[in-house]
Design a protein around this ligand. Sequence first.
Ligand code: BES
Ligand code: ZN
Ligand code: ZN
Length: 489
Amino acid sequence: MNFELTVLPVLDISGDLEVIIVVDANLKHRFVQDKKLLTKAGFSCKQDETCLLVEKNRLYVGATSLKSSDIRRAAANAIKRLMGTTYKSVKVATYTNKGCTYTLRAMVEGFILGGYSFETYKSKKNESKIKEISISLEEYSELDIDIEKASLLVHKAQITADATNFTRDIVNTTPDDCYPDVMASIAEGMAEDTGLKCTILKSKELKEEKMETLLAVARASRHKPRVIHLTHKPKNAKVKVTLVGKGLTYDSGGLSLKPADYMVTMKSDKSGGSAVMGIMKAVAELKLPIEVHGFVGAVENMIGGDAYKPDDVLVAKNGKTIEIRNTDAEGRLVLADVLCYAQQEVKADYIFDFATLTGASVVAVGHYTSSVMGNNKEVQNLVVKEAQNAGELATALDFNDYLKKTIKSEIADICNISDTRYGGAITAGQFLSEFVDKRHADKWAHIDIAGPAFVEHAWGENPHGASGAGVRMMVKLIENLVRKTDSNN
Ligand code: BES
Ligand code: ZN
Ligand code: ZN
């Protein structure tokens, strides 16, 4: 999708079709030229509702307000409505929230995110045919918009949304086509394109690094595990951020096998690692002046004669012993070792991990929201705030001492599952906290994306399947860290 910005009014620019966002049901706005027809067609201006007037070459879409999240969704649904049509180019005006141009960024993100479809396995493709989008700087409230500022925002939106779609593609790819070595190759290819450094740890290095819990989870699979380390290291960077992602290319549950219905969609258990790859892509393309490291534990959790077992005791990289009582709680084992490795390699100012870690997170907060945990309320709140700014839903879940006691073990330092079925997202987070060293304890947040990472219906600007959860929130957070450090200097 190409975007072109122009100062000409919408009327004077070309495009096969005009998209008009009807804000707050205001059909009297000067952008709405077809009030009578829209009323006749029963268009009630609800958020995301569309009305295509073919003979007028105009598509109307409703938005509750000028808030970025509403405009992003509206733009996405407008483009979705055009799937299967033959329109190739679109023109649209600029909508800002009282001059705040973030809404322009949101609109462009919406067009790219809404235009996404995963067609790899379809014989007959139904991809969006819209290739050109012309944006007039004629503004909804007749405000003047600086074209340079606007074009920078369009550029940032393109990078962020393309990175989200990159993540979606990896997650949607089937386990037979995307196993750990393939994930590593995708990372290497992306690093080559963007100028990131990429190091891949294979079995030999993983043994040398004593990543025995990760290796145990991987053991029964014919696909060997990989740990991916991507580095973005600009000169004179003042802040260091470490990202860690769970990259289970398939989670069968292992010997504590998942029931059939729950195993379907477990190709999405690589969403955390895929998000880290998407974030790294965006950070490199945006050339952010912050040092960012992305670590991905890419592993397949399978059954077999040499599978790790409930009753095993494993030793993690930091020397802690873990009693295994359920092999389906494998993500925390992989992350334990990758977190230790990441902290050994980089002394960071912030460390964020992304994982489809627990079904309990989905039970607690629903399908559309990520759970944010950690030892430090400020860091937790920072993630929640930036997620919301970026158009993702996230909420904080707090640790407590009583739940911490439920992951005690009689025979090892810690158990990989809790002795209660309640509070499972939190106990999983508290398990991870055992592998975050003192130096990083207050700089760490764990983001359980099990809910939004993969949803089997379209929602908001997201399609059926992978959403790319985590990418937009973290790109925004890192961008704002740049701003904060700039203003401190
Ligand atoms: N990958 C799953 C968690 C998951 C569930 C992600 C649903 C996305 C949607 C994870 O490895 C898992 O199986 N967790 C168990 C933990 C339990 C055994 C303590 C779970 O959530 O049931
Ligand atoms: Zn599992
Ligand atoms: Zn899992």
